[in-house]
Ligand binder design. Structure first.
Ligand SMILES: Cc1ncc(COP(=O)(O)O)c(C=O)c1O
Length: 388
């Protein structure tokens, strides 16, 4: 039987993620230091874990409201008010999701019709383009480069706008470049969104991981709250990737449609995780600060070491990634990553996995212990030396 004839054209049209391949190779080797991971190396802080256990023990094993626990939505609204001065109605304008991953899909499915174009910057998180394709929309990518510190600008977006452009997708801080779009550039982008009447989806999952710069919540810019859907989550700041909990915020008219899709797709985000997330908002701040301090120290080590070994690396201002250019080794990013893994047992991700403009770069995650990073960087330096 030709089973592949059962597969839809849509599913077939979506390429597999290039990240997995490296993890599969790395898993067969011993003594590998992985700088490939996109998640905190820390385990979830103890009080948050305990809140999850306590929830299970008291029988919180049922569905919650489709939108999520009202206590959690209230805490989210208070948190966002405190951080960004934005007020969302926890009843109608906050939706708890299965991570930003689900929020991404629900936002795109609720806002984009087949054929609509969504402009997004590359290099970018691997799920953006496939998710747009899953809803039949057309992702139109704009290449960012080290010249603008990988920040997206209004000029770049404007050049990509066509009569079919419906939405703009923002991701600041960015995975894989660590770029944080500054207020001035965001304000110019906001003016463009108004001028072209674009709806904006803003993935701000790394908002708490910025170093020496401010994170501007796009919806907090004048006039942007109504046309922006903010995607947020607990995975990165609170080291809660496995709990699968995130949230989205936006105007009631938009959120009502997203809630409907979420209801049929998911029913409600995991109950135990929602109780844990509530605890994270209640007591998590010192842990966020502590992990932030670790990332900041590691970032200094990684960026300085990569530049010292001749791999030009812009200063990443957010998230936990460095994105050095490796072209002066004479290798392409795929070969660089493969040989580094085979010869020195260090896993990094080739930049092309994050889009065509990532060719010639690799993503180095510093969500790894400082001591391991030191060893990995020695190995990379030795490898780079050998390629000269
Ligand atoms: C930029 C970005 N957005 C979203 C996600 C997905 O996060 P979640 O765990 O909330 O689904 C990731 C995970 O790596 C990410 O890097």
């Amino acid at each position: 039987m030709e089973l592949d004839t059962f597969v839809s054209k849509l599913a077939r049209s979506i390429p597999p993620s290039g990240i997995r391949r490296f993890f599969d190779i790395a898993a067969t080797m011993e003594d590998v230091i992985s700088l490939g991971i996109g998640e905190p190396d820390f385990t979830t802080p103890a009080p948050i874990v305990e809140a999850g256990i306590a929830a299970l023990q008291r029988g919180a094993t049922h569905y919650t409201s489709n939108s999520g626990l009202i206590e959690l939505r209230q805490a989210i609204a208070a948190h966002v008010q405190k951080l960004y001065g934005l007020s969302y109605d926890p009843g109608q304008e906050v939706l708890v999701t299965v991570g930003v991953s689900e929020a991404l899909y629900v936002a795109m499915a609720a806002l984009l019709d087949p054929g609509d174009e969504v402009v997004l910057a590359e290099p970018c998180f691997v799920a953006y383009e496939p998710t747009a394709m899953m809803v039949g929309a057309k992702p139109v990518t704009v290449a960012t480069t080290p010249e603008t510190g990988f920040q997206l600008t209004a000029e770049m977006i404007e050049a990509a706008i066509t009569p079919k452009t419906k939405a703009l997708f923002l991701a600041s801080p960015n995975n894989p470049t660590g770029a944080v779009i500054n207020r001035e550039r965001l304000s110019a982008i906001a003016a463009l969104a108004t001028q072209h009447n674009l709806v904006v989806i803003s993935d701000e999952i790394y908002d708490r991981l910025v170093y020496g710069v401010e994170h501007v919540c796009f919806a907090s810019l004048p006039g942007m709250r109504e046309r922006t859907v903010v995607l947020q989550g607990f995975s990165k700041a609170y080291a809660m990737t496995g709990w699968r909990v995130g949230y989205m915020m936006g105007a009631e008219t938009l959120l009502a449609e997203m809630r409907k899709l979420h209801q049929y797709l998911i029913m409600s985000a995991p109950t135990v995780s929602q109780w844990a997330a509530l605890k994270a908002l209640e007591v998590g701040e010192p842990f966020v600060q502590e992990m932030h301090a670790h990332y900041e120290r590691r970032r200094r080590l990684v960026v300085d070491s990569l530049n010292a070994m001749g791999l030009a690396c812009i200063e990443p201002q957010g998230a936990f990634y460095a994105f050095p250019n490796i072209e002066n080794t004479g290798l392409d990013d795929n070969v660089f990553a493969e040989r580094l893994l085979q010869e020195e047992h260090v896993a990094v991700i080739p930049g092309r996995v994050f889009g065509a403009s990532g060719v010639g770069f690799v993503r180095v995650s510093y969500a790894t212990a400082y001591e391991k990073l030191e060893i990995a960087l020695e190995r990379i330096a030795r490898f780079v030396q050998r390629t000269k």
